[in-house]
Structure formats: C-alpha cells, structure tokens
Design a protein around this ligand. Structure first.
Ligand code: FAD
Length: 326
C-alpha cells in the first residue's frame, strides 16, 4: 500500500526520498504550485528572489553529505556573501568560517531534486484526513484523493493541528505539543532599488532592533535578479503586531527601515511583501525530532519539531522515514 505525505517542503521531500529509495510507494501532496515550502524563491522577470529561507548550513555529518550530493548535482552552491551585524547605528563586519549554501537557480532546487522520482500532486490542498482504523483517506475540496496505509504530515504545526484535531483521535501528548505555538510569523519584503546601496555587505544580522532582523542583497546569488534588490525580514514581534496590515504599509515600513539602517535614501522601483504566518521556530519550543504513532499509522515531521532551520527540517524528515521503516 502507498504512503501519503502531505507537504513538499524539505522535510516532506527528505522523508519521501528515503522511503522511495527503500522501495516504498510514496505519493506527496502540496498546496503550492511547486515543491519547496518555506525554501521558496519568487520568479521575477529578471530572475528569482528569495523571500523565505536565505541560506542553510550543515552542522551534522548526515546533512553535510546531503549538501555535498546537491553540490555535485549542481542544485546548490556555497554562498560567499559578506556578512555583518548592525547594532545601534554601527555595522561590524563579521567574517566567519561558516559554510553557507543556497539553492540554485532558486531555493527550491534541492527540494525539487529530492522529489525527482516521486509522485507529487501540487496545487492540492488537503482539507481533511480520516482514519478508519486501517487506512487513511485524504480529501481535497473536490473529494477523496486516495486511501493510504500510512500518513505523514510534513506541514507546519498549526496546519497539522487543524487536520488532526478534526479527527478527535490525537493523544494527550499530541494535544499538549499542539497547545503551544511552535512557529512565529515573519513579514518579508523585497525592494528593487533605482541605484545600488553603497554598503559593503550582502547579509546583515540586525541586532536589538524592534522592527528588522535581517537584510540581504539578493543579486549576488546565482540565478537571482542581477539588479539591486534588497530583502528585509521583520522581527517575529513586529510581524505579529502587523500581521493583518496592508502590504503597502509593510512596504513603506521596509523602505523607511532600509533607509534608517543603511543611512542612505532609497528610491524603490518595485516591491513585494510576503507574509509568512508560520516562519521560524519559537525559541522555547521543545525538540521532538519526528513523532511516530504506529497505532494510528501516523507520523509528523518538519522543522517545528526539531529546532527550526532547513537542516533540522531535513533531519526530521529522514527520522520520520526511519521510524516508518522500522
Ligand atoms: P515547509 O517548508 O513549511 O513545508 C510544508 C509544506 O506543506 C509547504 O510546501 C506547504 O505548502 C505544504 N502544506 C501545508 N499545509 C498543507 C495542506 N493542508 N495540504 C497540502 N500541502 C500543505 N532556515 C534556515 O536554515 N536558514 C535561513 O536563513 C532561514 N530563513 C528563513 C526565513 C523565513 C522568512 C522563513 C519563513 C523561514 C526561514 N528558515 C530558514 C526556516 C526554513 O525555511 C524552514 O525551517 C524549512 O524550510 C521548513 O521546512 P518544512 O519542510 O519543515 O516546512
């Protein structure tokens, strides 16, 4: 029988690739147009723009090996952006020996590569799941999309909770894990500028700022817009406070923050604002790896269960596959 995986972000893709390699039948569903989830780059006329994950690192041997395979396959490259911190009006260059990777030509590329051999139903929002004691049925807006022997939910916490709480089958453990928000929001804004900003840095960690947490020049990554584009991520608390704000308000705030931090006036030619409702892990949320419930033929994985970040999402997906294969 076939295993259904809901979510084609890096966790779902890693889980699917492992299961498929071990001879299992796998089908992946994702509501997005392409796989990638929060590792996504938006296609603009002059190239891609990264609005979600900016780069990723490999701190474990297993993920370092995976990154090497992606390098060999030409779907990632090392990002050598010049890094700085900005704090209380001062830029400080902070060169380090951290190896940072980016997908090329877009952040989705490594996720897409893992799903090369896997059946993926994109633009398919799973609205309801139902377990009859033996099989899982999955439903989209039109009706049942299939029956499966196992269900893997590789979606953010709040989306997993929505699907499962309707089932009334979750145990006290899961109820408590769903009870505390794992993922915090983030407004991301891309600004195309009429003239380059005279800053000697490509990635800037903004410290102790109530508005902005990260600034990056997009153009120095392969496949991205070659003209001057800057990306801003707002802090979780600012994003929470402005969650329902109009995009034009967010773009105005981003423009004024970029001017304030860079110390230069900016003429914005085009802009894009994207609201990530579930972006990065809350610092005090626990570490669970992946959650496997054999009696329910159910497994949950994703960054939110494993410390946030791309690497931890991948590790969670691999752990989910290993639990199913045991
Ligand atoms: P996701 O990527 O969220 O994948 C879940 C998938 O499930 C999505 O594709 C979604 O469409 C799909 N889905 C959800 N519900 C349903 C449903 N009901 N039916 C069908 N499909 C569904 N990490 C880093 O390591 N470095 C960074 O620099 C970095 N920066 C970040 C900046 C931002 C703004 C954001 C948002 C994240 C950043 N991260 C970063 C975190 C990183 O992107 C995530 O940890 C990782 O991509 C999560 O992968 P995932 O597979 O767990 O979840």
């Amino acid at each position: 029988m076939t295993i259904a995986i809901v979510g084609a972000g890096i966790a779902g893709a890693a889980c699917a690739a492992q299961l498929q390699q071990s001879g299992r039948n796998v089908v992946v569903f994702d509501k997005g147009r392409v796989a990638g989830g929060r590792m996504s780059s938006k296609r603009a006329a002059a190239g891609y723009l990264d609005l979600g994950a900016q780069y990723f690192t490999a701190r474990t041997k297993a993920f370092a090996l995976q990154c090497q395979q992606w390098l060999d396959a030409g779907v990632v490259e090392r990002w050598t952006g010049r890094i700085a911190t900005y704090q209380q009006g001062q830029f400080t260059a902070t060169p380090d020996d951290t190896v940072r990777f980016v997908g090329i030509p877009s952040m989705q590329a490594p996720v897409g590569q893992m799903l090369d051999e896997v059946t993926l139903h994109s633009r398919c929002l799973i609205e309801r799941v139902q377990f009859n004691g033996t099989l899982w049925q999955l439903f989209d807006a039109i009706g049942c999309v299939g029956e499966f022997s196992q269900l893997v939910l590789a979606v953010p916490q709040q989306q997993a909770a929505q699907l499962l709480t309707a089932q009334h089958r979750i145990d006290a453990d899961l109820t408590s894990i769903f009870g505390q928000a794992a993922l915090l929001p983030c407004w991301a804004v891309d600004l195309q500028l009429a003239t380059p900003l005279p800053l000697d840095f490509d990635g800037i960690f903004v410290k102790q700022d109530t508005e902005v947490s990260w600034l990056a020049r997009q153009s120095i990554k392969s496949g991205r817009c070659a003209i001057e584009h800057w990306l801003l991520h707002f802090t979780p608390s600012w994003s929470e406070q402005h969650l329902e704000a109009d995009k034009s308000q967010i773009v105005a705030a981003a423009t004024s923050a970029l001017q304030r931090i860079s110390g230069h006036s900016c003429r914005v030619v085009t802009s894009q604002a994207h609201r990530w409702r579930y972006a990065q892990q809350a610092p005090d949320f626990g570490l669970f790896g992946a959650l496997h419930r054999p009696q329910l033929a159910l497994t949950l994985c994703g960054d939110w269960l494993n410390g946030g970040r791309v690497e931890n999402a991948w590790l969670s997906g691999v752990q989910a596959a290993e639990a199913i294969m045991l």
